[in-house]
Design a protein around this ligand. Structure first.
Ligand code: ITT
Ligand code: NA
Length: 180
């Protein structure tokens, strides 16, 4: 089975490609960015984006909207993760968290799948902590500052794919496809 994944982010695509392969699914990369409506939640943003894309594209596809939610910052950057990463980056987040004791954070991924007639969403979450320094060279985005069981996602290499928010969202998605 082949599925089209629309994303401008190569890191996301490569991880999803590897995870999909474990389910016998091959992914086609449609490298494209699209306008993301403002919304209060990732679910809302992902489903509205997919609805809009479905009007232009006459094929089935999925997208994924993800973000880092930091408890001590009341969920920031959350839906603004992409903008915050491009502006203040990991150094900026570490500065905001300087001296903060509660370092709990989680990643959320919401997949929105257009099956040719309607949009369905699938969510995955992974809990961890914000480190006090950047560590590791793997992954992308916030991986060097996200601690999972003592190592950052950037230090975990491919092991990240066994436990990540992306893995968990894709698992729900692929399971649902195989039940059809
Ligand atoms: P799209 O074209 O797919 O929208 P994007 O990079 O803009 O690509 P998002 O809007 O979902 O993606 O923004 C998510 C932000 O969170 C982005 O800056 C990523 O770097 C970061 N992020 C998402 N998943 C991550 C992961 O697994 N590890 C580290 N950072 C992640
Ligand atoms: Na985006």
């Amino acid at each position: 089975m082949e599925l089209t994944f629309i994303t401008s982010n190569e890191g996301k695509f490569r991880e999803a490609e590897q995870i999909a392969a474990k389910y016998g699914i091959s992914l086609k990369w449609k490298k494209m960015s699209y306008l993301e409506p403002q919304g209060s939640s990732l679910e809302e943003i992902a489903s509205l984006s997919a609805e809009m894309l479905s009007k232009e594209l006459k094929e089935t596809f999925f997208i994924e909207d993800s973000g880092l939610f930091i408890e001590a910052l009341k969920g920031f950057p959350g839906p603004y993760s992409s903008y915050v990463f491009k502006t203040i980056g990991n150094e900026g987040i570490l500065r905001l968290m300087d001296g903060v004791e509660d370092r709990r954070a989680y990643f959320l991924a919401v997949i929105a799948y257009f099956d040719g007639s309607e949009v369905q969403t699938f969510t995955g979450r992974v809990d961890g902590e914000i480190s006090t320094e950047m560590r590791g060279s793997g992954g992308f985005g916030f991986d060097p500052i996200f601690l999972y069981n003592g190592r950052t996602f950037a230090e975990m290499g491919e092991e990240k794919n066994a436990v990540s928010h992306r893995r968990r969202a894709l698992e729900g998605f692929f399971t649902c496809l195989s039940d059809r």
